[in-house]
Structure formats: structure tokens, C-alpha cells
Unconditional design. Structure first.
Length: 461
């Protein structure tokens, strides 16, 4: 057996010592290796998913953050779905209002949270519950067993409850019920998608070899990977950005994937910082996409192993959540939230970007065509100075946010906050979605500064 085959065998056997010699860290890693089995036959799950009733819905809305929603977004964009599939992973009032405007009588709401207590999901659920006048038949929960969300869904007679596997972390959950249930409700061939993840041995080894090559690049000083994608595959790029950045960006190291929308591409293309092509992918069927997701997960695990990090934790994410809670406490006291940073011009940001390892645009604005065009122009302009990512907040906090605070300290973080967003109330709370969005933005600003990272603030206006 080759060294690579032996490594894969240990991974499939859920050997946590692949990621650390420290018994405590190894045990923690092993506890989240359930994803390696997700493509194995599970007739009970497949039968249950096939029997789900969308209740005549013409619109399926997935409310979730990070791994709870990005998989569905990626599959929707790559393959399309017979029933319209919407993703709500924002606290910007305009994004919330877009979903609230749908007719509850023809909508089904998938509330997805492993912990059952995700702040953004809780706020959106409060608004949607009021919109549906407490009709639990319009809601489906996807959560881990024993969560507060599971208890609520049971007590309120929701249409269905999809129970996750506790040994599968959020960003590795795309082939689990978190990824499959939305696809089932939206009419996609979820069974073929999952079965595609059953890789042959040669594909496991090829994926592991790719991840080891990523790690060697990081060790050689090239810690950025550009992920170019046309619109159809851009959701996959966002999913991969989350998977790799949150898994490897810790202990001062990691690989930073930069998703770039490039409609001149016909495939998802991975490139090194120098533009050298590292891989090209264009999945056309649910099975091919399932295989691609599993391959990227194996590669990410291998990369983390070679870098000496546990790919299945996110030690620096909590800091931003804690800082946001402090901001919310200020709101509840009637205080007005504000940034601690002066406004900079784009020219000043361009100068500050010189010598940076990467630039990250962190945009707490509505994801409109006009805003997106402006931000992508900024991404291209700043990207000529240093590799530049574009993340909408708070989505990026559940994606690249871990890398920003736990990876190498050579990034420049460009905060863009919509200060004039029209408020949409959150039922039962003394503040609204615009307040919550700003609390998250300024909380992350404080978390980045506390972590010794460079942050500047720019206005979109």
C-alpha cells in the first residue's frame, strides 16, 4: 500500500491522529469525521426524503448560515431546480424583505441550524413566523438531535424535521440532510447527488494528493488560491471558499481561497497566486457535483493534516459572535451603534493594500445588481494590488471569517456598511434587522482589531 493510500485508509477509518499527535485534539478531530461515510447507502434517509411533501409550494426558502445553506445555493446555481429555491443568509433588511414578500401560502421555509440557536436564523424565523401567523405547516427544520430548534418544531407541529448527524460539521454537511432536504423539496435528484459522493479509491487518493499539494504551496509562501467561476459555478466557488478558509485558517497558517466571478470562464478554475492553473472542473449532473463536493472535502482534510491544524474546529469564530452580542447589549440600552474607524477613500485603500497578503472586502449591503457591480469593480481594482475576496456580511463570518482572525496576519480587511438601510422590525425584540446587521459588522470590526488585523472602512455611496 502506498503512503497516500495508507493516509486515505486512516481517514476513512476516522483516525484523528492524522491531524494532531495531541490526544485531546486528535479526539476532537475524530469526533467530526462522520462526513467520510455520508455517501454510504442509507435507505431509510432516502425513503424519508423521497416522501417529503412540499405542500404545493412554488418557492422553497432556505434560512441558514455557512454550511447550512451554501451547499443548496451551489447546487441550485450549478444545476437549477424545478421549484424556485431561495437562500436567506443575510440580516440586511432588504434581503429579509425579499423573502417576506413571498406568498406564505405557496412557500415552504427550511430553517437550518445545526446548533438550533444561530443568531441570524433565529431573527429571520421570528419575522417569517409572524408573516405566516404561526402556521407551523409551512416550516421544516433541519438541525441536530436535541437542539432547541428540534424541540420547537416538535411542539409547534412543523411539517417535518430533518435530523443531522452530530459527527458531521456544518461545512462538511452538503451530502447530509442539510444539503439534501432543500434539494428534495425543490425537486432535484438528491439521491444521485448523494450517490455521486461515493468515490472510487483512486479518486479518494487523487483528492488527498491535491490537498497535500495545496499545503505544500502554503508552506512555500503561496497561501492564496484563486477560484475563478462563471455565474453558474460561482456558488460552488463560495462553498469552496468557506470549506477551505474555515477549515485551514487557524494557528497563523492556512490557505485562503478567493472566489472571483469570471464569466469568461466556462468552468470552475483553481489558480495559484501566480496564475498557474491547479485544476479545472465543470460538473454537469447531480452525481458529478456530489463527487466534486466529496473530493474537495477530502482535499481540504488532507491540506489541514499537512499544515498541522484541525480542519473541523473554528476557534476564532466565537470572538466575532461575542463582540456582536456586546453591540446588541448596547442597542438594548438605547445606545446608537457606530464604527470606531474613520472613512477611507478607495485610493487610500489601494495604497494600504500594497504589500498585503490578501484584501478582503466585507460588505454589509444589499446584494443588488448595482451594489454587486460596484463591489466587483472594487475587487478587480484592488485585486491588481493583492488577491482580493468579496464577501457579503454576515455570510462571510461563517465562511472566511475564521481565516481573517486565525490565519496569517497579512490581510487588509475593508469594511463596507449600509448605514442608511430602511429598518425591518424583528418581532419580540427592541431592535430591527438593520440594527442587528450593524451590530454584526461592528462586532467583527472589533474582533479583527482585537486579533491584531488591519481594518479600514469605506462607504459604498
Amino acid at each position: 500500500m502506498s503512503e497516500l493510500a495508507a493516509w486515505v485508509a486512516r481517514l476513512r477509518a476516522k483516525d484523528g491522529t492524522l491531524f494532531s499527535a495531541d490526544p485531546e485534539v486528535a479526539a476532537a478531530a475524530a469526533a467530526y469525521l462522520g462526513w467520510v461515510d455520508l455517501a454510504l447507502p442509507d435507505p431509510a434517509l432516502m425513503t424519508w426524503l423521497a416522501g417529503l411533501d412540499a405542500g404545493g409550494a412554488t418557492d422553497i426558502v432556505v434560512v441558514g448560515m455557512g454550511g447550512s445553506s451554501l451547499g443548496a445555493l451551489a447546487v441550485r446555481d450549478a444545476l437549477g431546480t424545478p421549484v424556485r429555491l431561495h437562500i436567506l443568509d443575510s440580516t440586511h433588511p432588504a434581503e429579509v424583505q425579499r423573502v417576506l414578500a413571498l406568498d406564505p401560502a405557496t412557500s415552504r421555509y427550511v430553517i437550518a441550524s445545526k446548533s438550533g440557536s444561530t443568531a441570524e436564523v433565529d431573527a429571520a424565523l421570528a419575522a417569517l413566523w409572524a408573516r405566516c401567523e404561526g402556521d407551523g405547516s409551512r416550516f421544516v427544520a433541519v438541525t441536530d438531535p436535541g437542539s432547541a430548534l428540534e424541540r420547537r418544531a416538535t411542539e409547534e407541529s412543523w411539517a417535518a424535521i430533518g435530523r443531522g448527524v452530530p459527527s458531521v460539521g456544518g461545512r462538511f454537511s452538503v451530502l447530509s440532510v442539510f444539503g439534501l432536504l432543500p434539494l428534495a423539496l425543490a425537486g432535484l435528484d438528491f439521491a444521485s447527488f448523494r450517490e455521486g459522493g461515493a468515490l472510487p479509491d483512486a479518486s479518494w487518493e487523487a483528492a488527498a494528493a491535491m490537498g497535500l499539494a495545496w499545503a505544500e504551496s502554503v508552506k512555500a509562501g503561496d497561501d492564496v488560491m484563486i477560484v475563478r467561476a462563471p455565474g453558474r459555478f460561482y456558488g460552488i466557488a463560495l462553498w469552496l471558499e468557506q470549506l477551505v478558509a474555515e477549515s485551514t485558517g487557524k494557528l497563523g497558517t492556512g490557505l485562503y481561497p478567493v472566489a472571483v466571478r469570471d464569466d469568461a470562464c466556462e468552468a470552475l478554475v483553481l489558480e495559484g497566486r501566480d496564475g498557474a492553473e491547479l485544476g479545472r472542473y465543470a460538473p454537469q449532473t447531480p452525481a458529478e457535483l456530489g463527487a466534486q463536493f466529496m473530493g474537495f472535502q477530502v482535499a481540504t482534510a488532507a491540506c489541514g493534516s499537512a499544515l498541522g491544524v484541525n480542519p473541523f474546529d473554528q476557534p476564532n469564530v466565537q470572538l466575532a459572535k461575542d463582540m456582536a452580542r456586546l453591540q446588541i447589549a448596547r442597542l438594548e440600552k438605547g445606545e446608537v451603534l457606530a464604527s470606531s474607524l474613520p472613512l477611507a477613500t478607495l485610493d487610500e485603500v489601494r495604497v494600504a493594500a500594497e504589500g498585503a497578503g490578501y484584501v478582503a472586502i466585507l460588505a454589509y449591503v444589499a446584494e443588488t445588481a448595482a451594489n454587486d457591480a460596484t463591489l466587483r469593480a472594487w475587487q478587480a481594482e484592488l485585486g491588481a494590488v493583492a488577491p482580493c475576496s468579496l464577501g457579503y456580511g454576515p455570510r462571510y463570518q461563517h465562511s472566511t471569517g475564521q481565516y481573517h482572525k486565525g490565519g496569517p496576519r497579512h490581510g487588509l480587511h475593508v469594511l463596507v456598511v449600509d448605514e442608511g438601510a430602511a429598518e425591518v422590525p424583528i418581532p419580540g425584540r427592541g431592535y430591527g434587522f438593520a440594527d442587528l446587521m450593524r451590530a454584526q459588522a461592528y462586532g467583527d470590526e472589533a474582533a479583527l482589531i482585537n486579533a491584531g488585523r488591519r481594518v479600514v472602512r469605506v462607504s459604498l455611496a
